[in-house]
Design a protein around this ligand. Structure first.
Ligand code: SF4
Length: 195
């Protein structure tokens, strides 16, 4: 089913962090306190190029191909858009999303879902099939291969539908189950029932 509302991969990321964050951004926009995490934002084009250009494609297990850095993607079909850190088109014409994460640990489920969302955007934009991607953990310089399965793609679509429903019916979602997230959240002043 086509969504009626345009969403971004960032909405998906925020929703997975806590559904209320997307509620505050979209349904009842509020003046919030800007946190360090927000100020840091996305990596700049220069940072991405510096991180990626010197790395050989063999590090991804590829013999060759070309890279597109900081790639804007959108799909009318999915009503979804996003900016991907890097996309590799291998010499075998395989389209592979690479997402850079500032994480010390192995990729979390939300990182994998975001990568799958980029995979869907690539599929829609380039009329191809995306079956795998990579998450690059910046601090450890580790490349994690991720299989982008049909189940993962269904999960992305299901979450997008949940976000759309939340926005349409304007119903405040349950609070995050993780109090640690609330401590560092720019919306904590608006979540009176959390504290
Ligand atoms: S304060 Fe907690 S419940 Fe409220 S939006 Fe932030 S993370 Fe979610």
């Amino acid at each position: 089913m086509m969504s009626r509302i345009w969403l971004t991969v960032n909405d998906l990321k925020q929703y997975l962090y806590c559904p209320r964050v997307v509620y505050y951004y979209t349904v009842v926009p509020v003046d919030r306190q800007v946190t360090y995490k927000m100020k840091r934002g996305q990596l700049s084009q220069e940072e991405l190029e510096r991180l990626e250009v010197r790395r050989k494609l063999s590090k991804y297990g590829l013999t060759g191909g070309e890279r597109k850095i900081n790639l804007s993607l959108f799909s009318k079909e999915l009503r979804l858009s996003g900016k991907l850190d890097c996309m590799i088109i291998s010499s075998e014409s395989e389209y592979i999303p690479v997402d850079f994460k500032d994480t010390l640990s192995r990729p979390h489920a939300n990182h994998v879902i975001q990568l799958a969302a980029y995979g869907l955007l690539i599929e829609s934009h380039y009329v191809t099939n995306v079956e795998r991607g990579f998450i690059y953990a910046i601090p450890s310089k580790t490349i994690y291969p991720v299989e982008i399965t049909a189940k993962l793609k269904d999960d992305v679509n299901n979450i997008l539908q949940k976000i759309e429903k939340m926005i349409i019916i304007q119903d405040i979602p349950e609070k995050s189950g993780n109090q640690n997230k609330c401590q560092d959240c720019e919306f904590r002043n608006f979540c009176g029932d959390v504290f």
